[in-house]
Ligand binder design. Structure first.
Ligand code: CLR
Length: 264
C-alpha cells in the first residue's frame, strides 16, 4: 500500500511540522503552507527559468513519437507518479491536512493530487513556445503524440497557458494548491465538517494574501480554474479507463502502484 507508506513518512526535522494544531493565526498558516510548497515543489522556479532553453531535438522528439501507445503511457504514468508523490508530501506537511483522519486524507488525495499536479504544471510551462518541462528538457504537445489522447494533452496545455496568464506568485500558487486539495465537497469524506473548517481557514489565508498583494480580483478567476481542473481530471480518468481496457496487462502490471491506487 504505497499511499499508506507515504502516510507514515515523516522523516526529517522540519520546524513547521511542529506547528500548533490550532489555525488561529492566518499569517502563520500562510507562511507554513508557502514553506511546505517550497520544500516539495520538485523544481525551483529559478531552476526552471534557467532550463527554459533546453529543448528536445528533432531526433529526440521522433524517438518519443515512435514509442508504442502502451510504452509511452507507461513512461508518462511514471513521470506523473513522481510528480504526484511530491504533491502527497506537500499535503502531508500542511498543518490543517495533518489534523484530518487518514481516510479523509486519502479521499482528498484521490481527487485532488492530480489537480495539483496540473496546477503545478504551469510553473514548469514556458508560454513563449508552449513547452513543458518533461524528462529533463522542455517539450511541446507533439512529444505526447503516441499517447493517442490529443484532446487531453491540448486541454492540459491550454490550461497551463491560461494559468500562466494570471502570473501568480509562488505564495499564491502555494495557497491555491492547498485550497484545491482541502475541499469539503469531495466524495467519501467521513468528517466533512472538519474538512470544511480547514478549508475555510485556507480560503481565509488565500484571501488574506490576495488582499495584501492588491489582487482580490483574482479570487473569482481562481474558482473558475478549479472547475476547469475538475474537468481535466475527469478527462484523465476517462482516458485511463480507455487505455486499461485496451492494454489491461500494461495497466495492471507495469503502472506504478501509487498511480493505480489513486486513479484506478
Ligand atoms: C507537473 C509539475 C511537476 C513536474 C511534472 C512532471 C510530469 C508532467 C507534469 C509536470 C505535467 C503533466 C504531464 C506530466 C508527464 C505527462 C503529463 C506533462 C510538468 C501529460 C499531461 C500526459 C498525461 C498522460 C497520462 C494520461 C498517462 O513538478
Amino acid at each position: 500500500h504505497d499511499l499508506m507508506a507515504i502516510h507514515s513518512y515523516n522523516s526529517f526535522e522540519d520546524p513547521y511540522s511542529l506547528y500548533p494544531h490550532s489555525l488561529r493565526n492566518i499569517d502563520e498558516l500562510c507562511a507554513s503552507i508557502v514553506h511546505c510548497h517550497r520544500e516539495t515543489s520538485q523544481y525551483r522556479a529559478e531552476e526552471l527559468q534557467a532550463l527554459k532553453l533546453k529543448l528536445f531535438s528533432r531526433e529526440e522528439i521522433q524517438a518519443y513519437q515512435s514509442k508504442s501507445v502502451d510504452e509511452m503511457w507507461q513512461h508518462c504514468a511514471v513521470r506523473l507518479t513522481d510528480a504526484v508523490q511530491y504533491v502527497v508530501e506537500f499535503a502531508k506537511r500542511i498543518p490543517g491536512f495533518r489534523m484530518l483522519n487518514q481516510n479523509d486524507q486519502i479521499a482528498l488525495l484521490k481527487t485532488g493530487s492530480m489537480e495539483v499536479v496540473l496546477l503545478r504544471m504551469s510553473r514548469s510551462f514556458n508560454t513563449e513556445n508552449s513547452t513543458v518541462f518533461f524528462d529533463g528538457k522542455f517539450a511541446g504537445v507533439e512529444i505526447f503524440k503516441s499517447l493517442a489522447c490529443g484532446d487531453l494533452i491540448m486541454a492540459v496545455f491550454d490550461f497551463a497557458h491560461d494559468m500562466c496568464a494570471l502570473k501568480l506568485s509562488e505564495q499564491q500558487i502555494a495557497l491555491f494548491s492547498a485550497l484545491v486539495l482541502i475541499n469539503a465537497d469531495r466524495p467519501c469524506l467521513e468528517e466533512r465538517g472538519k474538512v470544511q473548517r480547514v478549508q475555510r481557514s485556507v480560503e481565509l489565508g488565500l484571501t488574506h494574501i490576495l488582499h495584501r498583494d492588491h489582487q482580490e480580483n483574482l479570487m473569482p478567476k481562481l474558482y473558475q480554474r478549479m472547475a476547469v481542473l475538475r474537468s481535466l481530471c475527469r478527462l484523465h480518468l476517462e482516458k485511463l479507463g480507455w487505455f486499461s481496457q485496451r492494454y489491461p496487462l500494461t495497466a495492471h502490471s507495469l503502472f506504478p502502484p501509487l498511480y493505480k491506487e489513486l486513479f484506478a
